[in-house]
Write a protein that binds this ligand. Structure first.
Ligand SMILES: [Zn+2]
Length: 510
């Protein structure tokens, strides 16, 4: 069976989703999980974008050993130098160069003729060759590029020593038959094509990213690029879990497989969703909450008689299992540790103690502590943004016949304690006005969402916010058994990230 390489760009294309802004710590956690999932290649970011991006890519490059680490670069020297710097210390570094090749991009964006595009790309690959033994070259907007020019560009990239040539459908324009045919044509017509791998990179603007990626495989593609949960620019990228499960379930048709550890999919999906704040819709293929739920009586009857009547794959395959052990107030450290191991966490003593203390505090407020609760605790712990502000206490007074008021007590990095009160048109507004006064930061709340972590009246609430200041957006999240406290925590978390981001973008180590 043919192996399909998986190129994950959750940390680069995925992070370009509107409102998503991961800090280095979060990028690292996602990278560790991607490594566990067994992705062959991780695109960690675009180092030339800012000093903050560069150092985050470097942190991933130094930490990850099993997957190839990739940095994105335009076809220019400064970008290539930034990738060199960012990938220092990487076990297996690779640079990803790109240049647009379609008539629209040549004419309006690059203002270049075909031969100029060809020469610019050639020079970039030559320069990169001095420092990198692995080079991927992307013909941006390949989907709308003349096929003969695409063949010429691919041929040039092979001659210059690229190891992978990517044929992205950058704007999600093609349909499967057309896209698959591009790969077939390249395989048939470009001399030396067997020396390199061909890669597919699709966007979901017309809802065809997965179908197009599979068509590319049928046409001869060796590698699929995409993100976990399909997050990314606009309508997003190819959802890697969909491609992996399609190949697994229909290996009879494709005769090709990934080497992903499929049982890590559910966990990876959950982690990415929580850290990016991008909620997975219930009806999303493979990882949606309802993907394995059977509602109608006829289906349930069939399922009881024989699962395969209505189930083409099993939830266990992606690592979903019925949880039997529920923890509560009286659960001890041993049961807690066992449970965490079961969920995939192995903790050093110190982190275990911290997590156990949080669990105990939660168990005091909530009878049953579910797997979702524990994951929320663990994933909240993942992130140690330096706390410029720490929420110590909040008080809220609300009645539908009076003006809501809130008071917050906030500790600052330099040891000050601020107590500030404010009014608002609702409790959350009052809390946020009070925090604004305490922080003295001028921010706009551009998004707010709340969901329950598990079920029941005593469930924890998880709040996600996006704050904007000038042209910088940051996200924040907070979890608590009280939604007002969760709201306050999310807001303070976002403020701390804003301050950290401003520092790192200025090139100051946080
Ligand atoms: Zn893309």
């Amino acid at each position: 069976m043919r192996k399909i390489f998986i190129f994950d760009t959750t940390l680069r294309d995925g992070e370009q989703s509107p409102g998503v802004n991961l800090n280095t710590r979060e990028k690292l956690e996602i990278a560790y999980q991607l490594e566990k999932l067994g992705v062959d290649r991780i695109e960690a970011g675009f180092p030339a974008a800012s000093p903050g991006d560069l150092s985050a890519v470097n942190a991933v490059a130094r930490a990850i050993k099993k997957s190839t680490i990739i940095g994105l670069s335009r076809s220019r020297m400064q970008d290539i130098d930034a990738v060199r710097e960012a990938l220092q210390g990487a076990e297996d570094p690779c640079i990803h160069l790109f240049l647009a090749t379609s008539p629209i991009h040549r004419k309006y964006k690059l203002k270049m003729e075909k031969d100029q595009v060809m020469e610019t790309a050639r020079e970039a690959i030559r320069y990169a060759r001095k420092y990198f033994s692995k080079i991927e070259f992307s013909c941006e907007d390949a989907g709308r590029t003349e096929i003969d020019f695409l063949c010429q560009m691919t041929s040039m990239a092979i001659q210059e020593g690229a190891s992978v040539v990517n044929i992205p459908d950058t704007v999600g324009y093609l349909y499967p038959y057309e896209y698959g045919n591009i790969f077939k044509t390249l395989k048939e017509q470009v001399p030396g094509i067997e020396k390199i791998q061909l890669s597919a990179h699709c966007h979901d603007d017309l809802g065809m990213a997965t179908a197009n990626s599979l068509a590319a495989i049928a046409g001869g593609a060796d590698q699929i690029e995409g993100t976990i949960n399909g997050i990314g620019e606009r309508a997003g990228n190819t959802a890697l879990e969909e491609v992996a499960l399609a190949l697994e379930t229909r290996s009879d048709f494709f005769n090709a497989k990934t080497t992903l550890e499929l049982s890590e999919i559910a966990r990876t999906s959950r982690l990415v969703s929580r850290l990016t704040g991008m909620v997975v819709p219930g009806n999303k293929a493979i990882v949606g909450a309802n993907a394995f739920a059977h509602e109608s009586g006829i289906h349930q009857d069939g399922m009881l008689k024989e699962k395969t009547t209505y189930e083409i794959m099993s939830p266990e395959t992606i690592g979903l299992k019925e949880s039997k052990l529920v923890l509560g107030k009286h659960s001890g450290r041993h049961a807690f540790r066992e449970k965490l191991i079961d969920l995939g966490y192995t903790l050093e003593e110190e982190r275990l103690n911290e997590a156990f203390a949080k669990f105990k505090a939660l168990a005091d407020k909530k009878k049953d502590v579910t797997d979702e609760d524990l994951l929320a605790i663990m994933e909240e712990k993942l992130v140690d943004t330096p706390e410029s502000f720490r929420l110590e206490a909040i008080y809220v007074a609300y009645g539908n016949e009076s003006t809501p008021t809130a008071k917050v007590r906030i500790a600052t990095l330099n040891g000050e304690t601020l107590e500030v009160g404010a009014e608002g048109n609702g409790s959350v507004d009052a809390i946020y006005n009070a925090i604004d006064r305490a922080s003295n930061e001028e921010v706009t709340l551009s998004d707010y969402s709340i969901k329950s972590v598990s079920h029941g009246k005593d469930a924890q609430g998880e709040v996600h916010v996006v704050l904007t200041q000038d042209d910088v957006s940051v996200q924040g999240r907070g979890i608590s058994t009280d939604i007002l406290e969760a709201s306050a925590r999310a807001y303070v978390d976002a403020l701390n990230r804003l301050i950290e981001k401003k520092k790192s973008d200025r090139g100051i180590k946080a």
